[in-house]
Design a protein around this ligand. Structure first.
Ligand code: C2E
Ligand code: MG
Length: 546
């Protein structure tokens, strides 16, 4: 029994890596094995100091454990773990047994690291983020300084996965950390929340301006293409910002607020959005605004304005786009950005569409009575497209006003297509079956493939306003617009340019054979009763072609 006990203690002693020594209180080594002596010869002073000072308070008969860091001659680090016991004798020396734990320490720290980092990108994961967030919030609170949260997710990432496979998608995700890391400050924490969703924590002091600067850095990280599967792929990012303390005081509230803002940035195509209570269904202001909107729809507070669309070759107004406004009793005329993101998250969007459609059909019927053949365009949201009742609603409305289906164009945003392309495509087909025209709005903001473009039951593409705004100054926009027009014509689509603001751009669009223009150069959105005058003005001055 005692022999086996003895051998279990002594056996490791025979292994040369164990260092065993007996020291006096002064640090003098009394007895030691070869390994201990070897170490004491090289690192005698640090070794003795460590053992004596670390264990100075050790009571007789007790033992404790401590780690000593030393350097090898190649300057790599070694960790020796010392088990030290104090003799229960009047002179109270120390028995020290040391083992090299460098490798197991590395494994331990790797394991700990793995639990805190996202395995794909190596970026901090939610757990590590939560830790940094609580530190940041505590510091912000203590110092009475603001801090900021950014949440972003990728636009067009699904397309990369679809076109090049998931490995290529992973390759893109892995490149984000290094690219964005080089732009952000060292103190900022970039973490992956999961999927293609990331967050940046800006520690205090970080106010709205610093958050907007960081958001721009995020956008910059996506300005040039990524390399995946040997190809150059482009992805974008939609960025949401939430600030401590105005948008929340705890991590969960702030992350949620940044997420709501990110969703709004994506939906409106703005790219970057700051959290806004009134657009958040979950906030008191948001649910109050929603209740107001419900009453506004029922009480007829919605207004529809119309913006002429001009056929460039003939300088003739061929239609008008219906754009919704809310005449709010206190806040005045509200633009869609102030309430559509909210409506879009509830069934109110269905009622809103029916309301706008009814106004548009009634006006169009009136224009017919006045002798005009102008058509009308109405915007659809995703919810409207996916509403199974939508084709019947449209057909009923046409019937009610005695209009041919071809007078109505329903616009649908390209950006939204990425989400559920097949389901949306089927729903669009049901709408097209009613005989109405369909337009792909904000063309150039999504990442639709040529194959999908050909497969969609559409009649028109509307080039995004940002492309038209930079048409003359940016060769990339020009080349995109030129290609868009050529491809559109090739598959029999009509091409509309939105946001035409100056005659130079108009002339260039003419040279590129764009079919139709819409923008403030001709006329902004006007009340229906002013439309006739606006149309006469466009056609009389011939501004459309000069
Ligand atoms: P959109 O379909 O791209 O509509 C064109 C927007 O560009 C309108 O903004 C219009 O006022 C603006 N615009 C037109 N010409 C110019 C120009 O030359 N320069 C500039 N800077 N802007 C110009 P609005 O009315 O604020 O509408 C914003 C968006 O809201 C629309 O974008 C559309 O996506 C959505 N929307 C509007 N009405 C409805 C609706 O009834 N239903 C749905 N689902 N969405 C709507
Ligand atoms: Mg539109």
């Amino acid at each position: 029994m005692s022999a086996s006990e003895g051998s279990s203690v002594l056996a490791p002693l025979e292994l040369s890596e164990l260092m065993v020594g007996v020291l006096r209180e002064s640090g003098e080594v009394v007895i030691a094995n070869a390994a201990f002596r070897e170490l004491a010869e090289r690192d005698g002073r640090p070794l003795r100091e460590h053992l004596v000072t670390e264990h100075a308070r050790l009571a007789p008969g007790h033992s404790s454990v401590s780690d000593l860091q030393l350097q090898r001659s190649d300057s790599s680090a070694v960790t020796i773990r010392w088990h030290v016991a104090r003799y229960d004798t009047p002179d109270g020396g120390l028995l020290a047994i040391g083992e090299d734990v460098t490798e197991s320490r590395e494994t331990e720290s790797k394991l700990a690291d793995r639990a805190l980092r996202d395995p794909l990108t190596g970026l901090p994961n939610r757990t590590l983020l939560a830790d940094r967030v609580s530190q940041a919030l505590a510091a912000a609170q203590r110092r009475d300084e603001p801090c900021a949260f950014i949440v972003f997710d990728l636009d067009g990432f699904k397309q990369v996965n679809d076109d090049f496979g998931h490995d290529a998608g992973d390759e893109v995700l892995r490149q984000i950390g290094p690219r964005l890391g080089a732009l952000l400050r060292e103190s900022d924490t970039l973490a992956r929340l999961g999927g293609d969703e990331f967050t940046v924590l800006l520690p205090p002091p970080a106010d709205l301006v610093s958050a907007l600067v960081a958001a721009e850095k995020v956008r910059t990280a996506f300005a040039s293409t990524y390399t995946a599967a040997g190809a150059d792929v482009s992805v974008g990012a939609s960025v949401g910002i939430a600030l401590f303390p105005q948008h929340g005081r705890d991590a969960a509230t702030l992350l949620r607020a940044a997420d709501v803002a990110m969703y709004s940035a994506k939906r409106t195509g703005a790219g970057v959005a700051v959290y806004d209570h009134s657009l958040d269904l979950g906030s008191v202001a948001g649910s109050a605004r929603l209740a107001e909107l419900k009453e506004a729809i029922a009480g007829g507070e919605l207004r529809v304005v119309y913006q002429p669309m001009v056929r460039l070759g003939e300088r003739r107004v061929t239609g008008a786009e219906a754009l919704v406004r809310w005449l709010h009793p206190r806040l005045g005329m509200l633009h869609p950005a102030a309430f559509l993101p909210l409506a879009e998250r509830t069934d109110l969007m269905v009622q809103l569409f029916e309301c706008v459609l009814d106004d548009a059909m009634a006006r169009c019927a009136q224009w017919r009575d006045d002798g005009s053949s102008a058509g009308v365009s109405v915007n659809l949201s995703v919810r409207n497209v996916l509403d199974p009742a939508a084709p019947a609603v449209v057909a009923r409305s046409l019937l009610r006003y005695g209009l041919e289906p071809s007078v109505l164009t329903l616009e649908f945003n390209e950006r939204e297509l990425g989400r559920e392309p097949h389901r949306l495509e089927r729903a669009l087909r049901d709408l097209a079956d009613t005989g109405v025209r369909l337009a792909l709005d904000d063309f150039g903001t999504g990442d639709i493939s040529l194959r999908t473009l050909r497969a969609l039951p559409i009649h028109e593409i509307k080039l995004d306003r940002a492309l038209i705004a930079t048409l003359r100054s940016d060769p990339d926009s020009r080349s995109f617009v030129r290609t868009g027009i050529a491809v559109g014509h090739d598959i029999g689509l009509e091409v509309v340019a939105k946001g035409v603001e100056d005659s130079g751009t108009l002339a260039l669009l003419g040279r590129l054979h764009c079919d139709v223009g819409q923008g403030n150069l001709f006329a902004g959105p006007v009340e229906s009763r002013e439309l006739t005058a606006a149309v006469a003005d466009v056609e009389r001055t011939g501004r459309a072609g000069d």
